[in-house]
Design a protein around this ligand. Sequence first.
Ligand code: LLP
Length: 422
Amino acid sequence: MTLPGSPHVAYRGDTLHVEERSLADLAARFGTPLYVYSQGAMRAAAADWQRALAGRDHLICYAMKANSSLAVLQTFVRAGCGFDIVSGGELDRVLAAGADPAKVVFSGVGKTRAEMRRALEAGVLCFNVESESELDVLSSVAATSGHTARVSLRVNPDVDAGTHPYISTGLKANKFGVAHDRVIDAYRHAATQPGIEVVGIDCHIGSQITEIGPYLDALDRVLDLVEAVESHGLRLHHLDLGGGLGITYTDEAPPAAHALVAALLERIDARGHGHRRILFEPGRALVGNAGVLVSEVLYLKPGEAKNFCIVDAAMNDLMRPAMYQAWMGIVPCRLRDGVPATYDVVGPICESGDWLGQDRALNVQPGDLLAVLSAGAYCMSMASNYNSRGRAAEVMVAGENAWLIRDREQPAELFKGEHLLP
Ligand code: LLP
């Protein structure tokens, strides 16, 4: 049985493996729910982007919101990547993982003064500024602290990325970026502000994009803006084309990173912009297919309308189905003989929205292990403690090696910062 997603997650005989390690063995050793990642898959994904950009001045800034566990970040530090951060917390995390601040870009619509100050002190490569009011605040924070903030404006190109409305960001109706018709004035204003150095332009149109077309549309609009801005005597050294490349969860067929990059470079060169530094901010495409969530089947509950397969992982561990009705593959860690039945795979949380998959054909018994596939991105990083559930443990696999990279969160840790009333 071949699985969608990464070749690093595959059956050997009847047993599901991540690289050389069987998930059943890892679950026996570390317990469930358990996130297991393939470091090889992450490294291969990063290499695909980097190879496509070889010979160009470029930086792949891993959008760490997709998975910000330290060992994941460290993997990308070692692969030579930069990082896209969206908070002071992400800055602290990525520095703790050994990142070079000079390879960090700071995005986000709501940066606070404290976050700006911290990022200026650290010396981040660039602030991706999302509004004119943010620009003014950044200017005053930088000027009063004796720093210069290198700035790109995140422009909203008003293109439809053709993805889920919650993860589409490049339309006029979205809160992100400087509106297309304000961009020139905003740049001219930026150039006159103390503490600001204009260095580039940025756009990010959405997430889980499975076609090249929307990227090319956005690129054309961005290049039009670059030409218009430079006609006013400003220089934009880099183009940051954001992230958003989709992965295969089921039958999606997104372009490979190298194909996307090749198409964009061709257009960039054709329009005479080939000398510029190119940045990308992929998140999901670097980690999504590298991870699985392993969970134990607790109970089977046949019913008139539905059969339920109740597992020990829940929406707090993996929010995407509840939040976006996202379809994620669910497969047994060991194949059994026999006829499958149709189940809704649900967790123990007291919400009807607590499901991981609906109407799935599964041949399982209580005590069996299931793996949710393509769970490397936006799963652990979006986990919560709802129902006072500790977050899952995480393991990184590289070949035969398996390292525990995050302890299972214990109940007492969940309330250690709380105080009883006197
Ligand atoms: N750059 C910026 C400015 C972003 O806002 C994002 C994602 C990225 C890069 C990386 O996008 P990616 O390459 O991962 O698509 N939680 C949702 C996805 C939210 C994406 C938010 N921004 C999900 O689970 O589908």
